[in-house]
Design a binder for this molecule. Structure first.
Ligand code: AMP
Length: 425
């Protein structure tokens, strides 16, 4: 019996980004870079691996990410490491470690990086996915919340999204949130038998997560539940009010979602999300004024967001966005025949490239027929034919693909000649 070969496949939930997908990633990266750098953000990239402890401390032990979703392992040297599940905590680590605390504030950073979470894969949900994100560190002012929300709105608009609405909420801070949690617990106590199994666990472990349960029964119960905005202290209330006033002024469409919470412990006060028409979350973020201190720095206000790049691309394709052409079509094709011509062709190709002429060749093909077929397919205007004889004589054949007229040109004049002909088109 023939032995069946077992094909090794990519890891579950992780996908290749093939050449035909790259222009979409480039598009998001390019737009992101343009807008974020206009607004004074500088790019940062942190390592893919960090000490596990960093996320346990920063993201929070009771969160789904830390409890269930991290790729963690012990190295041969005995270090306990984790593949980065999100971007904020490593950036705050880098901010402290690289002395950015003593620079003029705020520090504005952006990133475009892969993240890793061991979630259940489904359409638009992967175990390795890309995020484009920003962090503004060093400001407590509500104008910073509004500024980064505005930038996110502009970026999504420029990418091609229309009719986007932000969901926004304030989850208060360590002064007022405990009281809300207490009231919420009392509210659920008499209803605990009616909520789903996961919510029963959340009730004990992280009660705020009960607010974003997707179960219909749980959602119904929550409708009459207490809202955190009614429990905000004066400072948090004032902060939130000012953020909303800013958003009104700069015309960012939003709805208040009193039950919005986020899956990371570091947030306080403003949090927000953007969903598409199918309720898929495209981006999310918020304020995190305690995180820098928690990770060993001094007290700094901070706010940030992250876009799910893979999801954004899925939606851009659905909307029918056409990508701008990034590279003009080649105008010249170099056909090489025989050993000597082949050897000299790479140098010739490089000379054309340096002269800024978009040239293509197929160095692996030998027959003139197959090479001309590619030239035709590419729709080039001229083909250069470089054979054994031409290589020996120091000439090259210039073929006009429209008229099929061929001329012999001395090799040292060919770039100049091609430039002249291309100008005449
Ligand atoms: P978060 O870091 O959880 O605030 O997520 C920010 C954004 O990343 C979300 O709004 C999603 O668009 C995207 N995202 C989060 N998890 C995944 C995932 N498993 N696969 C693809 N995109 C994701």
């Amino acid at each position: 019996m023939p032995r069946t070969k077992k094909q090794i496949q990519s890891v579950k939930g992780m996908h290749d980004i093939l050449p035909e997908e790259q222009p979409w990633f480039d598009y998001v990266l390019k737009k992101g870079r343009e807008i974020l750098e206009d607004y004074g953000f500088s790019r940062i990239e942190t390592p893919v691996l960090e000490y596990t402890e960093l996320f346990e401390k920063g993201v929070g032990l009771g969160t789904d990410i830390v409890e269930k979703e991290m790729y963690s392992f012990k190295t041969r040297g005995g270090d306990q490491l984790t593949l980065r599940p999100e971007g904020t905590v490593p950036i705050v680590r880098a901010f402290i470690e690289n002395g950015m605390q003593s620079l003029p504030q705020p520090i504005k950073l952006w990133y475009f990086s892969p993240m890793f979470r061991h979630e259940q894969p489904q359409a638009g949900r992967y175990r390795q996915f890309w995020q484009l994100g920003v962090e503004l560190i060093g400001d407590f002012n509500p104008s910073s919340d509004a500024e980064i929300i505005f930038i996110l709105y502009k970026l999504l608009q420029e990418l091609g999204f229309k009719d986007l609405v932000f969901q926004i909420n304030s989850i208060g801070d360590e002064n007022c949130r405990p009281e809300y949690k207490k009231v919420l617990k009392n509210f659920y106590r008499s209803k605990i038998k009616r909520v789903c199994a996961s919510c029963r666990v959340r009730f004990r472990k992280n009660i705020l997560r009960m607010l974003d349960c997707g179960n219909e029964g749980c959602k119904e119960i929550l409708k009459s539940g207490p809202q955190i905005v009614d429990f905000l202290d004066e400072e948090c209330k004032e902060h939130f009010k000012t953020v909303l006033e800013f958003l009104d002024e700069i015309e960012v469409p939003y709805i208040l979602n009193p039950f919005l919470v986020r899956g990371l412990d570091y947030y306080n006060r403003t949090i927000f999300e953007v969903k598409d028409e199918s309720e898929i979350q495209l981006a999310g973020g918020g304020r995190y004024d305690k995180l820098i201190e928690l990770l060993g720095g001094t007290k700094f206000g901070a706010v940030g967001w992250a876009i799910g790049v893979d999801r954004v691309i899925i939606d851009l394709k659905k909307i029918g966005i056409k990508l701008p052409k990034t590279r003009e079509k080649p105008k010249i094709f170099l056909v090489q025949l025989g050993e000597l011509a082949k050897k000299k062709s790479l140098i010739l190709f490089e000379e054309f490239r340096k002269a800024g002429i978009n040239i293509q060749a197929s160095f692996s093909r030998d027959s003139i027929k197959s090479q001309l077929r590619i030239a035709n397919k590419l729709g080039v205007r001229f083909t250069l034919i470089f054979g054994q004889r031409e290589a020996l004589d120091g000439n090259i054949i210039l073929r006009d693909m429209g008229s099929s007229v061929q001329e012999i040109i001395p090799i040292e004049k060919i770039i100049e000649e091609v430039k002249k002909r291309l100008k005449e088109i």
